[in-house]
Design a binder for this molecule. Sequence first.
Ligand code: HEC
Length: 145
Amino acid sequence: MWIPWALAAAMMAAPQSAEKQPPLSQADASKLKNPVPFTKKSVAQGRTIYLRYCTACHGADGKATVDVVADATDLTSPKLWRHGSTDGEIFRSTRDGAGDSMPAFKTQIPQQENLWHLVNYVRSLWPESMRPPLAEAGPSSGKSK
Ligand code: HEC
């Protein structure tokens, strides 16, 4: 039996889990803000996750030149994408899946933060002129010049 306060407590205990979230509409996704700054460290973390889950279809370089699953998107050319290329939309495509053959990763990658690292990695594959500028290491790095 569900006890509402227990449910609420469980939700508060796991605010980072993507697994239980309902799928986002594209409109809602496009409004999401990436809470993880675009830093080298985040891109590196995203790369590790990418190499584990995404290369089979999109290729190590993101260009999907590998002859595997039909028509994976070339992740290096956001202009050609069909499901949007804002941070929130990339988050949605990865978490909830896209089209008929892009699987949802919310079960394999339940940590929201890791999904955002992936978003940052995917953006790092774009042509330099389209990439966001690299952010400083982070607010807590505290290096004063
Ligand atoms: C089983 C093969 C497969 C795997 C694994 C896979 N993808 Fe995809 N991906 C696809 C296909 C196919 C599409 C094209 C979907 C469509 O538009 O019909 C796609 C589309 C996308 C899109 C949307 C591009 C657009 O057109 O807007 C993004 C972003 C994306 N993938 C990122 C990822 C990331 C990040 C991972 C790893 C977590 C990943 N994919 C793993 C097959 C895959």
